[in-house]
Write a protein of this length. Structure first.
Length: 173
């Protein structure tokens, strides 16, 4: 029975980890796509780092106390590797907002500014709205992404985005 409980815990942690980038029901981001940034392996590791830390702690404590079987440990490690490597993550900038895969969409009118961070770009939320982090480790694509976001935020503040439909560009990483 203890083995089933640990498998349930590890399976649940893997499901939560996968839900960050793929949900059972997704929606396309409204508006035409202006740019997109596909996350590389290191960037996906950063996206999932908190889930990886939690899973590692559970597996380590379980291994030290003997509460987690070797099979459950292997399932946890292989599952985490499958989520990080096998599930792509793409940020899409549209006329109306910013999306991560088909899971999260935030409209431009929810943000009041953008700043560069160590791991990418952070969009500051207006009062009552949370911030949104865009992970982009490489320098040139980060600069391009920040400039595009600043332009879209300025247009959003002035009443809407227009005249840029159909100019989709991929931000290289």
């Amino acid at each position: 029975m203890q083995s089933l409980a640990t498998l349930g815990l590890i399976g649940g942690m893997l499901c939560i980890m996968a839900a960050r980038v793929a949900g059972p029901f997704g929606q396309d981001a409204p508006g035409s796509v202006l740019a997109e940034h596909k996350l590389g392996f290191r960037e996906r590791l950063l996206l999932h780092r908190h889930s990886l830390y939690a899973l590692s702690v559970v597996l380590l404590l379980g291994a030290l106390t003997g509460a987690v079987s070797r099979t459950a440990e292997l399932i946890g490690i292989a599952g985490a590797f499958a989520v990080v490597v096998g599930m792509p993550a793409v940020y899409r900038l549209t006329e109306r907002g910013l999306a991560l895969n088909r899971v999260v969409f935030r409209a431009w009118n929810e943000f009041d500014g953008v700043e560069e961070t160590r791991t990418g770009v952070r969009l500051g939320g207006k009062a009552g709205m949370g911030a949104f982090a865009v992970i982009c480790l490489t320098g040139a694509p980060r600069q391009t992404l920040r400039r595009r976001i600043e332009g879209l935020l300025q247009r959003g503040a002035s009443g809407g985005v227009s005249g840029t439909a159909g100019t989709r560009r991929k931000v290289q990483s």
